[in-house]
Every structure is written in structure tokens, then in C-alpha cells.
Design a protein. Structure first.
Length: 131
């Protein structure tokens, strides 16, 4: 999708370091580091996931708030903590926070949309965000 690619110039670095992660992104410097472990993954999915991190960092507060609502993230009464309330999460590191959850869900939306079928509100929001 054009919107997810509209993040400016991106630099790709390769690292031979051992990592269970196939890639790592740095939104501030627009760098995606690719690790050798990427060979065990679908490279298109990995790049889409990392681009989704960049996209999240470019979203305004209202867009993030709408995502959090659709994805069932809630803030504590004091506004300091946020937790995921939806029961089914196809990729477990989504529990680490909305940023990772968003990237996981964009990846799933693009490559395995049926895995999000139990959350039509989330699908609709992602359709609107990344069309």
C-alpha cells in the first residue's frame, strides 16, 4: 500500500550478528537492519512489519487512539499504563505494546488477513489507514 511506503528515504543495513529477530527498525534514523536469520522468514512480511513501525511513529495521536480502541488496548485510570484486553492474539509479542501490536496486525492484514477475522473493527480501521 502507498501509505505504508510513504515514509521517506530508508537505509537498509545488514548485520551478521546472531539474532532471533530477522530485522530491526529505527524510525528516528529511518534504518532497517536485516539479520542473517531473515533467510528463515518471508522477507516481504518482515519488511512490511518493519515499515509498519515507521508508519506507527508517523501517526498522529488521534490515529493511534483510534487504533488502540479498535485493537482493544485500554489505559489505566491514571493514564500511565496501557493493556491489551482482546483474548486472541496471533503473534504473541503483540502484548509488548500497541507499537508492536500495530506492526504485527499490519503484517497479518497484508499477508494473512483471515487471522484477524474475529475483529472486524480492526480490519476496517487498517483498511482505512493503509489503503
Amino acid at each position: 500500500p502507498v501509505t505504508i511506503l510513504n515514509v521517506g528515504e530508508i537505509k537498509f543495513h545488514r548485520s551478521s550478528e546472531k539474532s532471533s529477530n530477522p530485522a530491526l527498525s529505527n524510525s528516528e534514523n529511518k534504518i532497517i537492519t536485516i539479520y542473517d536469520s531473515i533467510s528463515a522468514h518471508d522477507q516481504s512480511r518482515v519488511i512490511a512489519h518493519e515499515l509498519a513501525h515507521f508508519y506507527w511513529d508517523s501517526m498522529n495521536d488521534l490515529e493511534k487512539e483510534k487504533y488502540n480502541e479498535a485493537a482493544q488496548w485500554i489505559k489505566s485510570k491514571d493514564g500511565k499504563f496501557i493493556s491489551l484486553t482482546r483474548k486472541e492474539v496471533p503473534i504473541q509479542d503483540s502484548f509488548s505494546g500497541p507499537h508492536e501490536d500495530f506492526s504485527n496486525n499490519v503484517e497479518l492484514f497484508l499477508f494473512q488477513k483471515e487471522s484477524l477475522s474475529k475483529n472486524p473493527e480492526l480490519i476496517k480501521l487498517l483498511e482505512n489507514l493503509i489503503q
